[in-house]
Design a protein around this ligand. Structure first.
Ligand code: F0G
Length: 388
């Protein structure tokens, strides 16, 4: 028997109007009639790390905001729903970005959803396999350049001046407007702002957007929220008095790709965390404002520390993220242990991308874990009993 037409009424399922533009329409630069290009992004889990906290021996309330649970597996979808919605509204037929992988996957998906074209520039051989598969499957034109992200970004800016293409990197202000909603959700989920918010920093758009969101939730005097946002020239129409405090913002970079720690851009960034293999961050000034205004700091973690946290989060908490995302855990754990983040703090780490994005790095972390045996009862039993 097929489903009856009135199944929805029988089950009392409300009409689902998901996606962050619909949810936060009055806190985003969209009109009531703007058609949202959405894949029902946002509304991601905030998961408390019970096991890792227990191991720490320091009383702490430690959480991850699991942004890998967005439709294309990364936080980029929050910005992309806004950027593509506005591009379509303004009549654009094609979008372009440079990417270390996740932006290209997200741009490709939202362009497919909107029925427009996407061109993505990625560093040849330096993007994780899952991300490349996504960009290709969604039908974007994938252009691998013999160069790094920073060179790709430079090319995109130059080419977009000569062709009818909308840039959807985070220099597009709508990207950060969408991404700020992550802070709205954390405030709703915790019922307050956390004391510390830790996250990976590459191009530095996301730390800026997080801070914009928190600043809008806790309006300062005369509606000025933060210098990290220039969207409304200092008079923020989205400022609210939802909470009284804002978190300290802590940004971590890979040691081989750490311009914020060096204090200047670097020529040849290198790290296993390919998503944040960036030497010339586009949101440099904004991110410094976020850091200064929140009394925060930037620090760096080695590839070894990143991979250790990558594995720890998967093994101890069942949360699988990509290497770049794990840097927020690596850094936070170090700063909790050394007291920079004091005991009894509430800490949120943004886990920016899903682990399935980069299966190669994950598998290389598990050497010796694959047991291959003959298809016989005794050999399989032995493999089980030896490991009980
Ligand atoms: N984590 C992941 C998984 C990312 O993909 C990125 C950036 C970041 C963190 C850093 O965020 O750039 O706002 O500081 N990925 C971009 C891309 C550069 O092209 O996918 P950011």
């Amino acid at each position: 028997m097929g489903l009856h037409n009135n199944t929805r009424e029988n089950l009392s399922v409300p009409q689902h109007r998901g996606g962050l533009i619909n949810k936060y329409r009055d806190r985003l630069p969209v009109a009531a009639q703007t058609r949202a290009i959405s894949l029902e992004e946002g509304d991601t889990p905030l998961v408390e790390l019970h096991n890792i906290s227990k191991d720490l021996d320091v009383p702490i309330s430690l959480h991850v905001k699991y942004e890998g649970m967005n439709p294309t597996g990364s936080f980029k979808d929050r910005g992309m729903t806004m950027a593509v919605t506005k591009a379509v509204e303004e009549g654009s037929q094609a979008i372009i970005c440079a990417s270390t992988g996740n932006t290209s996957a997200s741009a490709a998906a939202y362009a497919a959803r909107a029925g427009i074209k996407a061109f993505v520039l990625v560093p040849d051989g330096q993007i994780a396999m899952g991300k490349l598969a996504q960009a290709m499957m969604h039908g974007s034109v994938v252009i691998q350049i013999k160069g790094n992200f920073d060179e790709g970004m430079h090319l995109v800016k130059e080419i977009a001046e000569q062709a009818p293409l909308t840039i959807v990197n985070s220099i597009n202000p709508y990207r950060l407007q969408g991404q700020k909603t992550v802070a709205f959700e954390v405030v709703e989920q915790l019922g307050a702002a956390p004391d510390y918010h830790c996250l990976p920093v590459g191009n530095a758009g996301n730390i800026t957007a997080h801070w914009m969101g928190y600043a809008e939730c806790a309006r300062g005097s005369n509606n000025t929220t933060t210098k990290a946002c220039s969207y409304c020239s200092g008079k923020c129409p989205y400022a609210r008095d939802l909470v009284q405090t804002r978190p300290v913002m802590v940004g971590y970079q890979a040691s081989g790709a750490a311009p914020f720690i060096k204090g200047k851009s670097i020529e040849n960034p290198e790290t296993v965390a390919t998503a944040i293999r960036i030497g010339n961050p586009q949101s440099w000034e904004f991110a410094w404002s976020a850091s200064r205004e929140s009394d925060g700091w930037f620090d760096h973690c080695t590839d070894e520390e990143i991979l250790k946290a990558h594995k720890l989060l998967a093994e101890r908490e069942g949360i699988f993220c990509e290497p770049a995302s794990a840097i927020s855990i690596a850094g936070a754990l170090r700063d909790i242990r050394n007291g920079k983040i004091p005991p009894r703090s509430t800490v949120v780490c943004t886990v920016t991308g899903h682990g399935l994005k980069d299966p190669n790095t994950a598998i290389s972390q598990c050497e010796g874990r694959l047991l291959t045996v003959t298809a016989k009862t005794d050999t399989v039993k032995r493999a089980i009993f030896d490991n009980l």
